[in-house]
Design a protein around this ligand. Sequence first.
Ligand code: TYC
Length: 104
Amino acid sequence: MATKDQNGTVLSRQEQKQELKPPPMYQVLLLNDDYTPMEFVVAIIQEYFNKDRETATQIMLKVHRDGKGMCGVYPKDIAGTKVELVLTHARKAGHPLQCVMEEA
Ligand code: TYC
């Protein structure tokens, strides 16, 4: 009997293996620059990554010190949407803030 998914579609060996694996996860990172105000970065982390003010401030200071910092880990489509939303918000406000995703 062929292995099928919930819809009754026959699955290849690769697809059978994939069904057992959790989806690949992506880290969303903020990068440091010399111009974006600290307060703006804290507000972004609170708004898009659901962090409280204290946690957001710690992440912002880590980015400021180390050059980059992790804001959260998400499935690919959610990580991509967060990167887009952050970049759109930053550009509208006239700041050069950079936000990227990396496979975790
Ligand atoms: N380095 C910036 C400043 O001194 C602050 C900053 C922090 C910018 C984090 C970007 O992702 C960033 N105003």
